[in-house]
Design a binder for this molecule. Structure first.
Ligand SMILES: CC(C)(COP(=O)(O)OP(=O)(O)OC[C@H]1O[C@@H](n2cnc3c(N)ncnc32)[C@H](O)[C@@H]1OP(=O)(O)O)[C@@H](O)C(=O)NCCC(=O)NCCS
Length: 324
């Protein structure tokens, strides 16, 4: 039994925040942001628009593409680090909005690797008897961004992407997933306040401890190394070579990270999906948004061999090999 991706969907809020807009907010320039990150613009959720709102839109589109009714879902997994509430899980809000009356629902926290981690969970559920699982990556990163910190505020954006996984007997589906983590590097990307270690307080707000903090330069180096390593592991465990891939869909954080990975792997740019110029880093949403674009643009077709690669806070890194 394989977990086949039966349909994808995505949603991006309508408000566009350009590099020129950011020039008016912090000491930065369009040129610096484009050269150092590859990002031109990102989407920002409207006031009152939360993680589940984005997730529901993406989820509906994925269900339509798959031809699966919400009432047929066995499980909903939402990968996010910016859920509507600390409690309950955002997936339960999505379950209600979609009318998925027979589905279980929970969130998965693995930062930018969340979607690939959630795919691996859905894959295991399907191998052990579930028929249809909706996996969503949804983020409102703008809610945890420090809009006075030029080191981070230029990087992130909001959005959601989703995939319906359905049980299938054929050769198509998820061939393998690889998951890794290294908690010794937990301080490289962190929201230090607002959790049980430092609960919400005036100090948390004043010192902006509820916002994302990042050591960008150190993260950059680990990202290049781990993305290369895990891609090689996934290729070799499936007995594939880089040339066999039809498309590599990486987490969209920084075009320089991805160029370095492509060079090390010998992957030509035509085989890599890049859309971070329009969305920035949307954390767990970045890979499913990219996947949905690739499907809709015809870059992924039935039978395509697609590899996913992600890294993020934790640190975590992950990959998946899919026969579409
Ligand atoms: C954040 C990142 C773009 C910074 O690029 P970098 O080339 O590493 O730049 P550095 O951090 O070394 O900073 C270089 C200089 O640019 C400055 N700078 C940082 N952000 C800036 C901005 N938005 N505009 C202008 N200058 C900026 C720094 O202050 C520093 O100035 P200094 O030399 O006077 O101290 C890059 O490190 C990165 O993308 N890292 C990975 C982050 C990531 O992907 N995180 C998410 C993981 S899921």
């Amino acid at each position: 039994m394989k977990a086949r991706i039966a349909g994808t969907g995505s949603y991006a809020p309508t408000r566009v925040l350009t590099n020129a807009d950011l020039e008016r907010m912090v000491a930065t320039s369009d040129e610096w942001i484009r050269e150092r990150t590859g990002i031109r613009e990102r989407r920002i959720a409207a006031t009152g628009e939360a993680c589940s709102d984005l997730a529901v839109q993406a989820g509906r589109r994925a269900l339509t593409a798959a031809g699966v009714a919400a009432t047929d879902l066995d499980m909903i997994l939402v990968a996010t680090c910016t859920g509507d509430f600390p409690l309950p899980a955002t997936a339960c809000l999505v379950q209600h909005q979609l009318g998925a009356t027979k589905a279980g629902a929970c969130d998965l926290s693995a930062a930018c690797c969340g979607f690939v981690y959630a795919l691996s969970v859905a894959d295991a559920y399907i191998k052990t008897g579930m028929r249809h699982v909706l996996v969503i990556g949804s983020e409102v990163m703008s809610a945890i961004t420090d809009w006075t910190d030029r080191n981070t505020c230029v990087l992130f954006g909001d959005g959601a992407g989703a995939a319906v996984l359905s049980a299938s007997d054929g050769e198509r589906g998820i061939l393998s997933t690889d998951l890794r983590s290294d908690g010794t590097l937990c301080e490289l990307i962190m929201v230090p306040g607002g959790g049980s270690r430092t609960p919400p307080s005036e100090k948390v707000i004043t010192e902006r401890l509820h916002n994302i903090k990042m050591k960008g330069n150190e993260t950059f180096k680990v990202a290049v190394r781990t993305l290369e390593e895990i891609a090689r592991t996934t290729l070799s465990s499936n007995h594939f070579r880089v040339e066999d891939l039809d498309l590599y869909v990486p987490h969209q954080a920084n075009v320089r990270i991805l160029r370095a990975v492509m060079e090390r792997l010998g992957l030509p740019i035509e085989k890599v999906l890049l859309n971070l110029d329009r969305y920035g880093n949307t954390s767990a949403a970045s890979i499913p948004i990219a996947l949905d674009e690739a499907v809709r643009e015809g870059r992924i077709k039935d039978g395509s061999l697609v590899m996913l690669g992600a890294f993020g806070a934790g640190l975590t890194w992950a990959s998946a090999m899919i026969r579409w």
